[in-house]
Design a protein around this ligand. Structure first.
Ligand SMILES: NC(=O)c1ccc[n+]([C@@H]2O[C@H](COP(=O)([O-])OP(=O)(O)OC[C@H]3O[C@@H](n4cnc5c(N)ncnc54)[C@H](O)[C@@H]3O)[C@@H](O)[C@H]2O)c1
Ligand SMILES: O=C(O)C(=O)C[C@@H](O)[C@H](O)[C@H](O)COP(=O)(O)O
Ligand SMILES: [Zn+2]
Length: 369
């Protein structure tokens, strides 16, 4: 299949509407999004990705005073000292409320850069240019920003919606295969909680054919972005859904265990890989609670492993992971809460599952039990 050449514009409604654009070669759209009241633009980019950031900076210097700030790679960017360095640089350059931030990188960069934009002068405009599949379908969209602390993942942050998101699929050409596969973890998550057509597409496509320039990848990106957009327009700040739907928390499917795995592995396990393991875990938990048929648990394993994602884990004991899960933001007091599904696209919250079930679900995917 050949991907369409025109851009797809997905509108995110709400109090501060913006567009997520999916296409190829999109940096020319930046001035139109930033507007002509902006004088200075800070480009916060993953320092290893200078070759991707340079053309964007070149396009911006024709219109603005540009401050380019290279960040540590990956999760090492999501720390308080890195945010503080950015605040210092913005202060020295005299950034005001009419100036703006552009982020270029994966989800770690958009999370850190989004947080800097949210906190500088209590909020300046930010446009995200995601360079990983995961950041295109998830991290750059929806306004969640944040950093990690010693106590856990994403524990400090803010909701700060971008002024625009440019998903330039051509930027994925240099993305290592294992990073593209990690992004599919969040895509498949969207398939289970909201859009089963994603699962059908992944199951009928040769995984090797899911490449940066394929029509299949583009359809997966657009479908996953629409899932996220539909959720965040109704529950931007994660205060809850209606009619039994978990609201924005649905996007946290698989994330309670995932974040515990990331933290206890010192972030050596990729986020998307941890999400894959976490999705199998909550499927097992839902089956133990009697709500998810065994066939759907196996479908989790099959579709995730088909694209090369892990569905087992043995690098930590249940006790270590259980302790780490307690700092999850969905927890209330000492009660853990999980997003589970009762069927495809039928999510709900499972509050306070029995510790025996938590342990048994882990034993089903780990020899460490
Ligand atoms: N805010 C949200 O809503 C949200 C949603 C999902 C995930 N996240 C966060 O996103 C982070 C994970 O994001 P990620 O998977 O993009 O990881 P990442 O940002 O760590 O990037 C992964 C690696 O890919 C490299 N890379 C990025 N783009 C590249 C390209 N085009 N070519 C070559 N190499 C490239 C990076 O340098 C890095 O080494 C986690 O911190 C997670 O918590 C946030
Ligand atoms: O946007 C959301 O809401 C999500 O939960 C998307 C997740 O994929 C993402 O990993 C997010 O950063 C997790 O948020 P957290 O609140 O659990 O830290
Ligand atoms: Zn995630």
């Amino acid at each position: 299949m050949t991907a369409p050449t025109s851009d797809t514009v997905i509108r995110v409604g709400g109090a501060s509407p913006y567009d997520v654009v999916v296409g190829h070669g999109l940096s020319g759209r930046l001035p139109g999004i930033l507007g002509d009241t902006v004088e200075r633009v800070a480009v916060l980019y993953a320092g290893t990705l200078g070759a991707l950031a340079d053309p964007v900076v070149d396009a911006l210097v024709e219109h603005y005073d540009v401050l380019a700030l290279g960040l540590p790679d990956g999760e090492r960017a999501k720390t308080a000292p890195v945010a503080a360095d950015c605040w210092e640089a913005l202060g020295e350059a005299g950034f005001t409320r009419s100036d703006a931030v552009v982020t270029i990188g994966g989800g770690a960069t958009t999370d850190l850069g989004g947080f800097v934009a949210a906190s500088w002068l209590r909020g300046v405009r930010v446009v995200h240019v995601p360079t990983t599949l995961l950041a295109m379908v998830d991290a750059a969209v929806g306004g969640k920003t944040g950093i990690n602390t010693g106590a856990g993942k994403n524990l400090v942050g803010a909701f700060h919606e971008p002024a625009g998101v440019l998903c330039d699929l051509s930027l994925l050409e240099s993305l290592p295969r294992e990073e593209l596969v990690a992004g599919l973890g969040e895509v498949v998550k969207c398939g289970f909680v909201a859009d089963p057509a994603i699962l059908d597409l992944v199951e009928r496509t040769d995984p090797a054919a899911i490449t940066w320039d394929s029509a299949e990848l583009r359809e997966l990106v657009e479908r996953a972005v629409r899932v996220k957009v539909d959720v965040v327009v109704d529950d931007l700040r994660e205060t809850g859904g209606s009619g039994g739907h978990p609201g924005r928390e649905v996007l946290n499917y698989g994330h309670t265990l995932a974040h515990a795995i990331e933290r206890t592995s010192d972030y050596t396990v990729r986020h998307g890989e941890a999400v894959a393991i976490g999705c199998v875990y909550v499927a097992e938990l839902a089956a133990l609670a009697g709500s998810l048929p065994p066939g759907l648990v196996e479908r989790h394993r099959a579709v995730l492993s088909r694209v090369g994602l892990p569905t087992t884990y043995d690098a930590a004991s249940f006790e270590e992971l259980h302790a780490a899960m307690k700092v999850d933001k969905k927890a209330r007091g000492s009660q853990l809460r999980f997003v589970v599904i009762d069927d495809l696209a039928a999510p709900r919250i499972l509050a306070g599952p029995r510790e025996d079930d938590l342990r048994a679900a882990y034993a089903s995917l780990s020899p460490r039990g």
